[in-house]
Design a protein around this ligand. Structure first.
Ligand SMILES: Nc1ncnc2c1ncn2[C@@H]1O[C@H](COP(=O)(O)OP(=O)(O)OP(=O)(O)O)[C@@H](O)[C@H]1O
Ligand SMILES: [Mg+2]
Length: 577
């Protein structure tokens, strides 16, 4: 467990070592007072007179030990926390780096709930390991071991007696761990189920309200919360008796020592002061052992969380190259593309060529694989087989940064960061001037709604861009792409949310922008892509025909069907209107 986390401690390892040293000093300081106590009691039991100065020095030493204990323990905690929180920081940064390199699909499969849990809750648990379990655990185990050895040196029979409660306590603890472990996976599954249901409930609130599903949805929510409660209580019920046994037996090392030891003193086998010394020492053992074992109980949980973290860290990264863009031109070739999100393939060998400076439209029924093909061009996922090249260079040869510098993608799902709209557009080209940003916003037809907002372009986008309508979000995303001014542009239903008037303006603006660029455009309204240089018809994950509008109308029955449907859709009227 520690091996997996250790690399992230890095230069802060020395703090963990110092923490162990400081805490050990603290624990020695907490044990010493028992010896001073013994030094006072021992002569008294032997009926000798005790010098008052001798007593006062011992009392002062006890007070000093208490001060040393507090100071060293606090300093130990300071060191252990410096090491722990720096490790957590390193872990989070490294996890973020690894997630960034993973295909978008992998991240979506994991789900935001689970990713958030690992990033915050699970990683936080590692604090327990580094800040407490390791330094305190090591110190709390080392000291009892030393004391028990000393007890054996004083009198081996008393030493043996002191071990009995330890053995009983450890047995109870191991039984509890066994019970706990057997249900650990089920417990985490139950917790994950509750987590996911809560996230789904909150995310789906809008649908729930619209369809009056409050009752059904709340029932599912209630069921899962109740089932989590029942499961945990049942689990604790099994563990509690064992927990009670070890927590009460472990600290009582004198349990057998007192009756048997007294018998041995009365029988003349050992002297009374030896019994008192061993008993004084025994009081220092119990609490330390209990503390150390309490940490041991946490280890299985921690193990599970680190395994979850590893699972996320170990997912294969996207096949990303390191080269710069070295393509001869901006001709794009899709060759024999096979791809599936999971087991089932959704693209079954797509071949397609895009000539530099031309516009290619992708059309086809919903679910035919258009957006998938577009996402593959911007390397959101790795292909199963086949290749995509730009100017002869495979996109997996170049770094994502190099690819992104040459391709602008406006996807079907718009996402805006919760900053100002200005900054959202600026992402397209961070070194752009304010005038260039405003110009991009104007060309993307944003002015009309920006003028309506009191803060104009400085308006905050809200969580994920929720403050804006779908069409407004789309236009901001377009402005971002326009500002980027990349030689390759991919537009996936970029104007789908717009009203006819805005769409017309937008298409005029787009016509101007896409001039001389290599463009891949996806649109459901076929009238908008009629003039494309080439139209590729997708059906069931295959490109079944590729030609101009006029020729496709004559040669491709599938295209004709889609075209006719598109024309009749544009003349639809609601009955009675
Ligand atoms: N993230 C995903 N995980 C699993 N399957 C997916 C995912 N995204 C799409 N699919 C599946 O892949 C197939 C192609 O989807 P894609 O989004 O490419 O279709 P599309 O042609 O763009 O459709 P539309 O016109 O409705 O946007 C569909 O069967 C869809 O169910
Ligand atoms: Mg799509």
């Amino acid at each position: 467990m520690f091996k997996r986390v250790a690399p992230y401690i890095g230069e802060f390892k020395k703090y963990t070592v110092w923490a162990v040293i400081m805490m050990s000093i603290g624990i020695i300081a907490s044990v010493l007072p028992y010896f001073f106590l013994y030094q006072i009691i021992s002569p008294l039991t032997a009926g000798e007179s005790v010098d008052m100065k001798f007593v006062l020095i011992r009392v002062a030493l006890v007070a000093l030990c208490e001060i040393v204990y507090s100071l060293s323990y606090v300093q130990g905690l300071v060191y252990s926390h410096i090491s722990a929180y720096n490790t957590l920081k390193n872990l989070r940064i490294s996890l973020q780096g690894k997630l960034e390199k993973q295909p978008l699909g992998t991240i979506k499969e994991l789900g935001t709930g689970r990713i958030k849990k690992v990033f915050t809750d699970d990683i936080d648990q590692i604090e327990l390991l580094l800040a407490h379990a390791i330094p305190e655990g090591i110190a709390n185990i080392a000291i009892p071991v030393i004391i028990i050895v000393l007890m054996f040196i004083v009198d081996w029979r008393l030493g043996l007696l002191s071990l009995v409660p330890l053995v009983v306590g450890m047995f109870a603890m191991s039984m509890m761990m066994k019970q706990g472990m057997s249900k650990m996976n089920a417990y985490y599954e139950s917790a994950a189920r509750m987590n996911n249901t809560i996230i789904e409930y909150v995310n789906g609130m809008e649908v729930v309200k619209v369809f009056n599903k409050d009752g059904d949805s709340y029932k599912k929510f209630g069921d899962v919360v109740r089932s989590y409660r029942d499961f945990t209580i049942a689990w604790y019920k099994v563990c509690w008796p064992w927990m009670a046994t070890y927590s009460s037996v472990l600290p009582c090392l004198v349990l057998l020592m007192l009756p048997f030891g007294s018998g041995m003193v009365l029988g003349g086998f050992i002297s009374l002061d030896k019994l008192i010394l061993v008993m004084c020492m025994s009081f220092a053992v119990g609490p330390s052992v209990l503390k150390a074992l309490n940490f041991a109980g946490k280890f299985p949980q921690l193990d599970y969380k680190i395994a979850e973290l590893e699972k996320m860290m170990d997912k294969p990264a996207l096949k990303e190259g390191t080269s710069e863009f070295t393509g001869k031109n901006y001709d794009i070739e899709f060759k024999d593309i096979h791809f599936g999100y999971g087991e089932t393939e959704v693209l079954h060998g797509v071949d397609m060529s895009l000539k530099q400076g031309t516009t290619t439209a992708l059309i086809g029924e919903s679910g035919s694989g258009k957006s998938t093909l577009a996402k593959l061009l911007v390397h959101y996922y790795d292909l199963n087989t086949g290749s995509i090249t730009i100017g002869g260079q495979d996109i997996t040869d170049m770094s994502l940064e190099a690819l992104n510098n040459h391709v602008a993608f406006v996807s079907q799902e718009q996402f805006l960061f919760n900053t100002s709209l200005y900054e959202n557009i600026l992402i397209g080209r961070p070194d752009a001037t304010k005038e260039e940003v405003m110009e991009a916003a104007r060309r993307a037809q944003c002015e009309e709604f920006l003028n309506r907002f009191p803060d104009g372009i400085m308006t905050q986008a809200g969580d994920g861009g929720k403050q804006l309508s779908g069409g407004e979000r789309q236009r901001i995303s377009l402005a971002r792409a326009l500002l980027k001014d990349a030689p390759v542009i991919v537009l996936d239903e970029a104007t789908a949310y717009m009203d006819p008037e805005n769409e017309e303006k937008m298409n005029a603006a787009l016509d101007e922008i896409v001039k001389d660029k290599t463009v891949l455009v996806i649109a459901h309204r076929l009238s908008t892509i009629k003039n494309a240089d080439s139209i590729c018809v997708m059906k069931d994950g295959l490109c079944i025909a590729s030609d101009t509008h006029d020729r496709l109308l004559q040669t491709c029955s599938e295209y004709k069907k889609l075209w006719d449907a598109s024309v009749s859709a544009s003349t639809w009227k609601i009955k009675g209107a």
